[in-house]
Design a protein. Sequence first.
Length: 541
Amino acid sequence: MAKGPEIPKTDSAEIEILISRLKENKLEQRDVELIERLLRTVMVLVNLLQRKNMSIKRLRDLIFGRHTEKRKAVSGSQEEEKPEGDEGIDPVIESKRSEMSRREWKVVARGHGRRAIDQYRGAQKVECRHQQYQAGAKCPDSACPGRLYDTRRPNLFIQFSGQPILAGTIFEQEVLRCSACQDRYVAELPEGVSKNRYEASADVAIVLAKYGAQLPFYRLAQMQKNCGVPISESVMFERSEQVADQVLPLYLALKQEAANGEVIHTDDTVVKILSCLKEDQEAATERRATNTSGIVVKTRDGHLIALYASGRRHAGENLDQLLGERDEELGLPIQIADALAANWKGKHPRIAAKCWAHARRKFIEIEENFPAACGVVLEAIGKVYGYEAETVGMSAADRLRHHQTKSGPVIEELYQWIGEQFGQRLVEPNSSLGQALRYLERHRKELTTFLSVVNIPLDNNAVERALKPVVLMRKNAMFYKTEHGASISDLLMSVIETCRLNEVNAWDYLLTLLSRKPEVRRNPGAFLPWNYQRAELAGVA
Protein backbone atom coordinates (compact mmCIF):
# COMPACT_ATOMS: atom_id res chain seq x y z
CA MET A 1 0.00 0.00 0.00
CA ALA A 2 2.31 2.72 -1.24
CA LYS A 3 1.65 6.15 0.21
CA GLY A 4 2.71 9.60 -0.93
CA PRO A 5 4.19 12.27 1.34
CA GLU A 6 2.08 12.84 4.41
CA ILE A 7 0.25 16.17 4.19
CA PRO A 8 0.04 17.95 7.58
CA LYS A 9 -3.55 18.41 8.74
CA THR A 10 -4.57 21.98 9.60
CA ASP A 11 -8.00 23.21 10.65
CA SER A 12 -9.35 26.21 8.69
CA ALA A 13 -10.57 27.77 11.93
CA GLU A 14 -6.99 27.75 13.21
CA ILE A 15 -5.87 29.62 10.11
CA GLU A 16 -8.53 32.33 10.61
CA ILE A 17 -7.40 32.84 14.21
CA LEU A 18 -3.78 33.02 13.03
CA ILE A 19 -4.67 35.70 10.48
CA SER A 20 -6.35 37.81 13.17
CA ARG A 21 -3.31 37.45 15.44
CA LEU A 22 -1.00 38.46 12.60
CA LYS A 23 -3.06 41.61 12.07
CA GLU A 24 -2.85 42.41 15.78
CA ASN A 25 0.84 41.42 15.92
CA LYS A 26 0.18 39.09 18.86
CA LEU A 27 1.88 35.84 17.90
CA GLU A 28 2.23 33.00 20.39
CA GLN A 29 4.33 29.82 20.37
CA ARG A 30 1.42 27.77 19.07
CA ASP A 31 1.09 30.24 16.17
CA VAL A 32 4.70 29.58 15.22
CA GLU A 33 3.96 25.83 15.14
CA LEU A 34 0.88 26.46 12.99
CA ILE A 35 2.87 28.58 10.53
CA GLU A 36 5.44 25.78 10.31
CA ARG A 37 2.68 23.26 9.49
CA LEU A 38 1.28 25.54 6.79
CA LEU A 39 4.68 26.04 5.20
CA ARG A 40 5.37 22.30 5.24
CA THR A 41 1.99 21.70 3.58
CA VAL A 42 2.93 24.14 0.82
CA MET A 43 6.29 22.39 0.39
CA VAL A 44 4.63 18.98 0.07
CA LEU A 45 2.17 20.27 -2.53
CA VAL A 46 4.94 21.95 -4.53
CA ASN A 47 7.01 18.74 -4.53
CA LEU A 48 3.98 16.74 -5.68
CA LEU A 49 3.22 19.16 -8.52
CA GLN A 50 6.83 18.94 -9.72
CA ARG A 51 6.54 15.20 -10.27
CA LYS A 52 6.05 14.16 -13.88
CA ASN A 53 3.54 11.45 -13.03
CA MET A 54 1.37 13.61 -10.75
CA SER A 55 -1.88 14.51 -12.50
CA ILE A 56 -4.54 16.77 -11.00
CA LYS A 57 -6.75 13.70 -10.43
CA ARG A 58 -4.01 11.82 -8.59
CA LEU A 59 -3.21 14.90 -6.51
CA ARG A 60 -6.89 15.20 -5.63
CA ASP A 61 -7.04 11.53 -4.63
CA LEU A 62 -3.92 11.93 -2.49
CA ILE A 63 -5.29 14.96 -0.63
CA PHE A 64 -8.93 13.94 -0.26
CA GLY A 65 -8.63 10.16 -0.60
CA ARG A 66 -9.88 7.80 -3.30
CA HIS A 67 -13.59 7.26 -2.72
CA THR A 68 -14.31 4.56 -5.28
CA GLU A 69 -12.92 2.47 -8.12
CA LYS A 70 -16.25 1.96 -9.85
CA ARG A 71 -16.18 2.02 -13.60
CA LYS A 72 -18.40 4.60 -15.25
CA ALA A 73 -20.86 3.24 -17.77
CA VAL A 74 -19.66 3.82 -21.33
CA SER A 75 -22.02 5.98 -23.37
CA GLY A 76 -24.24 3.90 -25.65
CA SER A 77 -23.21 0.66 -23.94
CA GLN A 78 -25.37 -1.75 -21.96
CA GLU A 79 -22.52 -2.36 -19.51
CA GLU A 80 -23.37 -1.76 -15.87
CA GLU A 81 -21.13 -0.08 -13.30
CA LYS A 82 -18.75 -2.54 -11.73
CA PRO A 83 -18.56 -1.96 -7.98
CA GLU A 84 -15.27 -2.03 -6.23
CA GLY A 85 -14.34 -0.55 -2.85
CA ASP A 86 -10.94 0.10 -1.32
CA GLU A 87 -10.43 -3.66 -0.95
CA GLY A 88 -10.37 -4.22 -4.72
CA ILE A 89 -12.57 -6.36 -6.97
CA ASP A 90 -15.29 -8.63 -5.62
CA PRO A 91 -15.29 -11.52 -8.13
CA VAL A 92 -18.77 -12.68 -7.10
CA ILE A 93 -20.25 -9.23 -7.77
CA GLU A 94 -18.28 -8.93 -11.01
CA SER A 95 -19.68 -12.19 -12.38
CA LYS A 96 -23.26 -11.61 -11.19
CA ARG A 97 -23.34 -8.14 -12.72
CA SER A 98 -22.70 -9.48 -16.19
CA GLU A 99 -25.60 -11.95 -15.95
CA MET A 100 -28.32 -9.70 -14.47
CA SER A 101 -30.34 -6.85 -15.76
CA ARG A 102 -30.24 -3.51 -13.93
CA ARG A 103 -33.59 -4.12 -12.23
CA GLU A 104 -32.68 -7.67 -11.15
CA TRP A 105 -29.37 -6.49 -9.68
CA LYS A 106 -31.06 -3.79 -7.59
CA VAL A 107 -33.47 -6.34 -6.14
CA VAL A 108 -30.61 -8.68 -5.16
CA ALA A 109 -28.41 -5.91 -3.75
CA ARG A 110 -31.09 -4.22 -1.66
CA GLY A 111 -31.65 -6.96 0.98
CA HIS A 112 -33.92 -6.68 4.03
CA GLY A 113 -31.41 -5.01 6.39
CA ARG A 114 -31.68 -7.63 9.16
CA ARG A 115 -28.99 -10.01 10.32
CA ALA A 116 -29.41 -13.74 10.57
CA ILE A 117 -29.73 -15.06 14.12
CA ASP A 118 -26.64 -17.26 13.74
CA GLN A 119 -24.50 -14.13 13.44
CA TYR A 120 -25.13 -13.34 17.10
CA ARG A 121 -22.71 -16.01 18.30
CA GLY A 122 -21.80 -14.10 21.46
CA ALA A 123 -25.39 -13.47 22.61
CA GLN A 124 -26.74 -15.29 25.65
CA LYS A 125 -29.70 -17.53 24.89
CA VAL A 126 -32.70 -17.77 27.21
CA GLU A 127 -35.38 -20.36 26.54
CA CYS A 128 -38.91 -19.09 27.20
CA ARG A 129 -41.57 -21.78 27.85
CA HIS A 130 -45.32 -21.38 28.10
CA GLN A 131 -46.51 -21.28 31.70
CA GLN A 132 -50.14 -22.22 31.03
CA TYR A 133 -50.01 -24.07 27.71
CA GLN A 134 -48.19 -27.20 26.61
CA ALA A 135 -47.91 -29.34 23.49
CA GLY A 136 -50.77 -31.82 23.17
CA ALA A 137 -53.20 -29.73 25.21
CA LYS A 138 -56.57 -28.59 23.85
CA CYS A 139 -56.65 -25.26 22.01
CA PRO A 140 -57.38 -22.34 24.42
CA ASP A 141 -60.13 -21.18 22.03
CA SER A 142 -63.24 -22.91 23.32
CA ALA A 143 -64.82 -22.93 19.86
CA CYS A 144 -61.82 -24.70 18.32
CA PRO A 145 -61.61 -28.53 18.49
CA GLY A 146 -57.88 -28.65 17.71
CA ARG A 147 -54.87 -29.37 19.91
CA LEU A 148 -51.57 -27.52 20.34
CA TYR A 149 -48.31 -28.86 18.89
CA ASP A 150 -44.70 -27.66 18.99
CA THR A 151 -43.77 -25.89 15.72
CA ARG A 152 -40.02 -26.31 16.43
CA ARG A 153 -39.61 -22.75 15.12
CA PRO A 154 -39.47 -20.44 18.15
CA ASN A 155 -40.18 -16.73 17.86
CA LEU A 156 -36.89 -14.88 18.16
CA PHE A 157 -36.59 -11.62 20.13
CA ILE A 158 -33.19 -9.98 20.63
CA GLN A 159 -32.73 -7.41 23.39
CA PHE A 160 -29.58 -5.33 23.67
CA SER A 161 -28.19 -3.92 26.91
CA GLY A 162 -25.17 -1.74 27.55
CA GLN A 163 -22.73 -0.50 30.16
CA PRO A 164 -19.49 1.51 30.25
CA ILE A 165 -16.39 -0.24 28.92
CA LEU A 166 -15.36 -0.84 32.54
CA ALA A 167 -17.80 -1.14 35.45
CA GLY A 168 -16.69 -0.76 39.07
CA THR A 169 -17.98 -2.33 42.28
CA ILE A 170 -17.06 -0.92 45.70
CA PHE A 171 -16.92 -3.49 48.51
CA GLU A 172 -17.19 -1.88 51.95
CA GLN A 173 -15.44 -4.35 54.23
CA GLU A 174 -16.28 -3.88 57.88
CA VAL A 175 -13.18 -3.34 60.06
CA LEU A 176 -13.13 -4.30 63.75
CA ARG A 177 -10.29 -3.28 66.06
CA CYS A 178 -9.40 -4.73 69.46
CA SER A 179 -9.41 -2.08 72.19
CA ALA A 180 -6.54 -3.77 74.03
CA CYS A 181 -4.06 -5.05 71.41
CA GLN A 182 -5.29 -2.79 68.60
CA ASP A 183 -5.35 -5.66 66.08
CA ARG A 184 -7.61 -5.01 63.08
CA TYR A 185 -10.04 -7.60 61.72
CA VAL A 186 -11.31 -6.92 58.18
CA ALA A 187 -14.42 -8.66 56.90
CA GLU A 188 -13.89 -11.12 54.05
CA LEU A 189 -15.05 -10.36 50.53
CA PRO A 190 -18.24 -12.15 49.40
CA GLU A 191 -17.81 -15.71 48.18
CA GLY A 192 -16.68 -15.91 44.57
CA VAL A 193 -15.13 -12.42 44.53
CA SER A 194 -11.39 -12.49 43.77
CA LYS A 195 -8.88 -10.12 45.33
CA ASN A 196 -7.59 -9.01 41.94
CA ARG A 197 -8.19 -5.32 41.42
CA TYR A 198 -8.71 -5.88 37.69
CA GLU A 199 -10.65 -8.94 36.59
CA ALA A 200 -9.79 -10.67 33.34
CA SER A 201 -12.97 -9.28 31.76
CA ALA A 202 -11.77 -5.72 32.48
CA ASP A 203 -8.43 -6.36 30.79
CA VAL A 204 -10.13 -7.92 27.76
CA ALA A 205 -12.56 -5.00 27.51
CA ILE A 206 -9.67 -2.51 27.46
CA VAL A 207 -7.74 -4.48 24.84
CA LEU A 208 -10.73 -4.96 22.54
CA ALA A 209 -11.74 -1.30 22.79
CA LYS A 210 -8.24 -0.05 22.02
CA TYR A 211 -6.80 -2.66 19.64
CA GLY A 212 -10.03 -4.16 18.32
CA ALA A 213 -12.12 -1.01 17.84
CA GLN A 214 -9.09 1.35 17.51
CA LEU A 215 -10.37 3.78 20.17
CA PRO A 216 -7.54 5.90 21.64
CA PHE A 217 -6.86 5.60 25.35
CA TYR A 218 -7.65 9.26 25.97
CA ARG A 219 -11.16 8.82 24.53
CA LEU A 220 -11.74 5.72 26.62
CA ALA A 221 -10.49 7.56 29.72
CA GLN A 222 -12.85 10.47 29.03
CA MET A 223 -15.81 8.14 28.58
CA GLN A 224 -15.01 6.26 31.77
CA LYS A 225 -14.79 9.54 33.66
CA ASN A 226 -18.15 10.67 32.29
CA CYS A 227 -19.67 7.36 33.39
CA GLY A 228 -18.40 7.76 36.97
CA VAL A 229 -15.76 4.99 36.80
CA PRO A 230 -12.55 6.91 35.98
CA ILE A 231 -9.42 5.09 34.86
CA SER A 232 -6.30 6.77 33.45
CA GLU A 233 -4.67 6.21 30.08
CA SER A 234 -1.44 4.99 31.71
CA VAL A 235 -3.30 2.33 33.71
CA MET A 236 -5.08 1.09 30.59
CA PHE A 237 -1.75 0.75 28.80
CA GLU A 238 -0.29 -1.13 31.77
CA ARG A 239 -3.23 -3.55 31.68
CA SER A 240 -2.70 -4.01 27.93
CA GLU A 241 0.96 -4.83 28.61
CA GLN A 242 -0.14 -7.49 31.09
CA VAL A 243 -2.45 -9.05 28.52
CA ALA A 244 0.27 -8.98 25.85
CA ASP A 245 2.67 -10.72 28.24
CA GLN A 246 0.17 -13.50 28.91
CA VAL A 247 -0.74 -13.89 25.24
CA LEU A 248 2.89 -13.88 24.04
CA PRO A 249 3.30 -17.72 23.91
CA LEU A 250 0.20 -17.96 21.75
CA TYR A 251 1.48 -15.16 19.48
CA LEU A 252 4.81 -16.97 19.01
CA ALA A 253 2.92 -20.14 18.09
CA LEU A 254 0.93 -18.16 15.52
CA LYS A 255 4.18 -16.84 14.00
CA GLN A 256 5.55 -20.37 13.69
CA GLU A 257 2.36 -21.52 11.99
CA ALA A 258 2.58 -18.50 9.67
CA ALA A 259 6.21 -19.25 8.82
CA ASN A 260 5.12 -22.69 7.60
CA GLY A 261 2.14 -21.28 5.68
CA GLU A 262 1.32 -21.90 2.04
CA VAL A 263 0.15 -18.51 0.69
CA ILE A 264 1.43 -15.22 2.16
CA HIS A 265 -0.01 -11.77 1.42
CA THR A 266 2.18 -8.76 2.30
CA ASP A 267 1.89 -4.98 2.22
CA ASP A 268 2.89 -1.83 4.13
CA THR A 269 1.23 1.31 5.42
CA VAL A 270 2.95 4.28 7.02
CA VAL A 271 3.00 4.75 10.80
CA LYS A 272 4.49 7.44 13.02
CA ILE A 273 6.65 6.37 16.01
CA LEU A 274 7.88 9.34 18.01
CA SER A 275 10.96 7.64 19.43
CA CYS A 276 12.13 6.83 15.88
CA LEU A 277 11.59 10.43 14.80
CA LYS A 278 13.72 11.56 17.74
CA GLU A 279 16.47 9.13 16.77
CA ASP A 280 16.40 10.48 13.22
CA GLN A 281 16.83 14.03 14.49
CA GLU A 282 19.76 13.11 16.72
CA ALA A 283 21.59 10.69 14.40
CA ALA A 284 23.60 11.70 11.38
CA THR A 285 22.93 8.38 9.62
CA GLU A 286 20.47 7.80 6.81
CA ARG A 287 16.87 8.16 7.93
CA ARG A 288 14.33 5.45 7.20
CA ALA A 289 10.57 5.77 7.28
CA THR A 290 8.56 3.75 9.78
CA ASN A 291 5.87 1.37 8.53
CA THR A 292 3.39 -1.15 9.77
CA SER A 293 3.70 -4.31 7.70
CA GLY A 294 0.66 -6.50 7.29
CA ILE A 295 1.12 -10.22 6.65
CA VAL A 296 -1.87 -12.48 6.05
CA VAL A 297 -1.06 -16.18 5.77
CA LYS A 298 -3.17 -19.08 4.58
CA THR A 299 -1.90 -22.26 6.23
CA ARG A 300 -1.81 -25.66 4.58
CA ASP A 301 -4.92 -26.58 6.58
CA GLY A 302 -6.83 -23.59 5.23
CA HIS A 303 -6.65 -21.43 8.38
CA LEU A 304 -5.86 -17.71 8.19
CA ILE A 305 -3.32 -15.80 10.31
CA ALA A 306 -2.82 -12.03 10.44
CA LEU A 307 0.48 -10.60 11.69
CA TYR A 308 1.56 -6.97 12.08
CA ALA A 309 5.06 -5.55 12.51
CA SER A 310 5.76 -1.84 13.07
CA GLY A 311 9.18 -0.27 12.74
CA ARG A 312 11.80 0.67 10.18
CA ARG A 313 11.64 -2.59 8.24
CA HIS A 314 9.42 -2.97 5.18
CA ALA A 315 7.08 -5.87 4.45
CA GLY A 316 9.68 -7.79 2.44
CA GLU A 317 12.23 -7.61 5.27
CA ASN A 318 9.64 -8.63 7.87
CA LEU A 319 8.55 -11.56 5.72
CA ASP A 320 12.16 -12.63 5.21
CA GLN A 321 12.66 -12.64 8.98
CA LEU A 322 9.52 -14.74 9.38
CA LEU A 323 10.64 -17.24 6.73
CA GLY A 324 13.87 -17.73 8.69
CA GLU A 325 11.76 -19.83 11.10
CA ARG A 326 10.25 -21.98 8.32
CA ASP A 327 10.75 -25.74 8.45
CA GLU A 328 13.39 -26.68 5.87
CA GLU A 329 11.57 -29.75 4.54
CA LEU A 330 8.60 -27.67 3.36
CA GLY A 331 8.40 -26.44 -0.21
CA LEU A 332 8.60 -22.83 -1.31
CA PRO A 333 5.85 -20.55 0.00
CA ILE A 334 3.76 -18.38 -2.31
CA GLN A 335 4.06 -14.64 -1.76
CA ILE A 336 1.57 -12.26 -3.34
CA ALA A 337 1.98 -8.48 -3.18
CA ASP A 338 2.01 -5.41 -5.38
CA ALA A 339 5.09 -4.56 -7.44
CA LEU A 340 6.67 -2.20 -4.90
CA ALA A 341 10.32 -3.22 -4.51
CA ALA A 342 10.14 -3.05 -0.70
CA ASN A 343 7.75 -6.03 -0.74
CA TRP A 344 10.29 -8.30 -2.41
CA LYS A 345 13.42 -7.80 -0.33
CA GLY A 346 14.97 -10.79 1.39
CA LYS A 347 17.23 -13.77 0.81
CA HIS A 348 14.74 -16.61 1.31
CA PRO A 349 13.34 -17.98 -1.97
CA ARG A 350 9.60 -17.92 -2.62
CA ILE A 351 7.12 -18.23 -5.49
CA ALA A 352 6.27 -14.67 -6.56
CA ALA A 353 2.77 -13.63 -7.58
CA LYS A 354 1.54 -10.10 -8.12
CA CYS A 355 -1.80 -8.43 -7.64
CA TRP A 356 -4.30 -7.96 -10.47
CA ALA A 357 -6.31 -5.44 -8.41
CA HIS A 358 -3.30 -3.09 -8.36
CA ALA A 359 -2.84 -3.54 -12.11
CA ARG A 360 -6.52 -2.82 -12.71
CA ARG A 361 -6.38 0.31 -10.55
CA LYS A 362 -3.88 1.93 -12.93
CA PHE A 363 -6.43 1.75 -15.74
CA ILE A 364 -9.33 2.89 -13.56
CA GLU A 365 -7.35 6.07 -12.82
CA ILE A 366 -6.90 6.96 -16.49
CA GLU A 367 -10.09 5.55 -18.02
CA GLU A 368 -11.57 9.03 -18.46
CA ASN A 369 -8.69 9.96 -20.76
CA PHE A 370 -8.37 6.64 -22.64
CA PRO A 371 -11.83 5.01 -22.48
CA ALA A 372 -11.44 2.65 -25.46
CA ALA A 373 -8.00 1.26 -24.61
CA CYS A 374 -8.71 1.00 -20.88
CA GLY A 375 -12.01 -0.69 -21.69
CA VAL A 376 -10.17 -3.52 -23.47
CA VAL A 377 -7.92 -4.16 -20.46
CA LEU A 378 -10.68 -3.82 -17.86
CA GLU A 379 -13.00 -6.14 -19.78
CA ALA A 380 -10.29 -8.80 -19.92
CA ILE A 381 -9.60 -8.50 -16.19
CA GLY A 382 -13.35 -8.65 -15.50
CA LYS A 383 -13.62 -11.91 -17.44
CA VAL A 384 -10.78 -13.44 -15.40
CA TYR A 385 -12.55 -12.50 -12.17
CA GLY A 386 -15.77 -13.93 -13.56
CA TYR A 387 -14.01 -17.24 -14.16
CA GLU A 388 -12.57 -17.00 -10.64
CA ALA A 389 -16.12 -16.77 -9.27
CA GLU A 390 -16.95 -20.01 -11.08
CA THR A 391 -14.20 -21.85 -9.17
CA VAL A 392 -15.93 -21.52 -5.79
CA GLY A 393 -16.10 -25.00 -4.26
CA MET A 394 -13.55 -26.49 -6.67
CA SER A 395 -10.40 -28.27 -5.57
CA ALA A 396 -7.08 -26.51 -6.10
CA ALA A 397 -6.24 -28.69 -9.09
CA ASP A 398 -9.65 -28.19 -10.69
CA ARG A 399 -9.39 -24.42 -10.15
CA LEU A 400 -6.00 -24.36 -11.89
CA ARG A 401 -7.36 -26.32 -14.87
CA HIS A 402 -10.40 -24.05 -15.06
CA HIS A 403 -8.23 -20.93 -15.23
CA GLN A 404 -5.87 -22.54 -17.75
CA THR A 405 -8.84 -23.37 -19.96
CA LYS A 406 -10.88 -20.17 -19.56
CA SER A 407 -8.59 -17.40 -18.31
CA GLY A 408 -5.48 -18.49 -20.22
CA PRO A 409 -6.80 -17.52 -23.68
CA VAL A 410 -8.15 -14.21 -22.32
CA ILE A 411 -4.76 -13.30 -20.84
CA GLU A 412 -2.91 -14.38 -24.00
CA GLU A 413 -5.21 -12.28 -26.18
CA LEU A 414 -4.74 -9.29 -23.87
CA TYR A 415 -0.95 -9.44 -24.09
CA GLN A 416 -1.08 -9.86 -27.86
CA TRP A 417 -3.19 -6.71 -28.03
CA ILE A 418 -0.69 -4.85 -25.81
CA GLY A 419 2.15 -5.95 -28.08
CA GLU A 420 0.27 -4.59 -31.09
CA GLN A 421 -0.26 -1.23 -29.40
CA PHE A 422 3.48 -0.77 -28.95
CA GLY A 423 4.52 -2.53 -32.16
CA GLN A 424 2.27 -0.40 -34.36
CA ARG A 425 3.06 2.72 -32.30
CA LEU A 426 -0.58 3.25 -31.37
CA VAL A 427 0.40 4.18 -27.82
CA GLU A 428 3.04 6.64 -26.65
CA PRO A 429 5.26 4.61 -24.24
CA ASN A 430 5.80 7.57 -21.89
CA SER A 431 2.11 8.46 -21.64
CA SER A 432 0.04 7.38 -18.65
CA LEU A 433 -1.61 4.69 -20.77
CA GLY A 434 1.77 3.52 -22.05
CA GLN A 435 3.15 3.28 -18.52
CA ALA A 436 0.09 1.30 -17.36
CA LEU A 437 0.51 -1.14 -20.24
CA ARG A 438 4.27 -1.36 -19.58
CA TYR A 439 3.39 -2.33 -15.99
CA LEU A 440 1.42 -5.32 -17.30
CA GLU A 441 4.25 -6.30 -19.62
CA ARG A 442 7.01 -5.82 -17.05
CA HIS A 443 5.25 -7.99 -14.43
CA ARG A 444 3.66 -10.52 -16.78
CA LYS A 445 5.46 -13.49 -15.26
CA GLU A 446 4.28 -12.78 -11.72
CA LEU A 447 0.78 -11.68 -12.77
CA THR A 448 0.20 -14.94 -14.67
CA THR A 449 1.63 -17.31 -12.06
CA PHE A 450 -1.95 -18.33 -11.18
CA LEU A 451 -2.10 -20.09 -14.58
CA SER A 452 0.76 -22.47 -13.71
CA VAL A 453 0.78 -22.93 -9.92
CA VAL A 454 -2.08 -24.11 -7.71
CA ASN A 455 -3.59 -21.93 -4.97
CA ILE A 456 -2.35 -18.59 -6.34
CA PRO A 457 -4.86 -15.83 -5.48
CA LEU A 458 -5.65 -13.21 -8.11
CA ASP A 459 -5.11 -10.23 -5.84
CA ASN A 460 -3.71 -8.99 -2.58
CA ASN A 461 -7.04 -7.80 -1.15
CA ALA A 462 -6.76 -10.03 1.93
CA VAL A 463 -3.93 -7.95 3.39
CA GLU A 464 -5.48 -4.69 2.15
CA ARG A 465 -8.49 -5.46 4.33
CA ALA A 466 -6.29 -6.53 7.23
CA LEU A 467 -4.47 -3.17 7.12
CA LYS A 468 -7.68 -1.18 7.48
CA PRO A 469 -7.65 -1.42 11.32
CA VAL A 470 -4.06 -0.13 11.25
CA VAL A 471 -5.09 2.86 9.13
CA LEU A 472 -8.02 3.54 11.46
CA MET A 473 -5.69 3.35 14.47
CA ARG A 474 -3.39 5.87 12.78
CA LYS A 475 -6.26 8.26 12.13
CA ASN A 476 -7.61 8.02 15.68
CA ALA A 477 -4.42 7.87 17.77
CA MET A 478 -2.05 9.50 15.22
CA PHE A 479 1.16 7.92 16.51
CA TYR A 480 2.92 5.53 18.88
CA LYS A 481 5.17 7.03 21.50
CA THR A 482 7.76 4.23 21.48
CA GLU A 483 8.59 1.10 19.54
CA HIS A 484 7.61 -0.87 22.64
CA GLY A 485 4.09 0.57 22.47
CA ALA A 486 3.94 -0.26 18.76
CA SER A 487 5.02 -3.86 19.47
CA ILE A 488 2.26 -4.25 22.08
CA SER A 489 -0.23 -3.04 19.49
CA ASP A 490 1.14 -5.39 16.82
CA LEU A 491 0.86 -8.41 19.09
CA LEU A 492 -2.67 -7.76 20.32
CA MET A 493 -4.01 -6.68 16.93
CA SER A 494 -2.51 -9.82 15.37
CA VAL A 495 -4.42 -12.04 17.80
CA ILE A 496 -7.69 -10.09 17.45
CA GLU A 497 -7.55 -9.95 13.64
CA THR A 498 -6.70 -13.67 13.46
CA CYS A 499 -9.82 -14.35 15.53
CA ARG A 500 -11.89 -12.32 13.08
CA LEU A 501 -10.47 -14.12 10.06
CA ASN A 502 -11.33 -17.50 11.58
CA GLU A 503 -14.76 -16.40 12.92
CA VAL A 504 -13.77 -16.91 16.54
CA ASN A 505 -15.36 -14.82 19.30
CA ALA A 506 -12.42 -12.61 20.38
CA TRP A 507 -14.01 -11.81 23.76
CA ASP A 508 -14.42 -15.43 24.82
CA TYR A 509 -11.09 -16.38 23.27
CA LEU A 510 -9.05 -13.78 25.18
CA LEU A 511 -10.90 -14.58 28.40
CA THR A 512 -9.95 -18.23 27.91
CA LEU A 513 -6.29 -17.35 27.33
CA LEU A 514 -6.14 -15.17 30.47
CA SER A 515 -8.00 -17.62 32.70
CA ARG A 516 -5.85 -20.59 31.61
CA LYS A 517 -2.48 -18.89 31.56
CA PRO A 518 -0.39 -21.88 32.84
CA GLU A 519 -1.88 -24.18 30.19
CA VAL A 520 -1.31 -21.62 27.44
CA ARG A 521 2.37 -21.27 28.38
CA ARG A 522 2.76 -25.03 28.59
CA ASN A 523 1.04 -25.89 25.28
CA PRO A 524 0.18 -22.81 23.18
CA GLY A 525 -0.55 -24.93 20.10
CA ALA A 526 -3.65 -26.32 21.78
CA PHE A 527 -5.01 -22.77 22.09
CA LEU A 528 -4.60 -21.64 18.49
CA PRO A 529 -7.90 -20.03 17.40
CA TRP A 530 -9.03 -22.95 15.23
CA ASN A 531 -8.15 -25.48 17.95
CA TYR A 532 -9.99 -23.34 20.50
CA GLN A 533 -12.99 -23.17 18.18
CA ARG A 534 -13.21 -26.95 17.91
CA ALA A 535 -12.98 -27.28 21.70
CA GLU A 536 -15.62 -24.57 22.12
CA LEU A 537 -18.03 -26.32 19.78
CA ALA A 538 -17.42 -29.57 21.66
CA GLY A 539 -18.20 -27.85 24.97
CA VAL A 540 -14.65 -28.22 26.30
CA ALA A 541 -13.36 -24.63 26.36
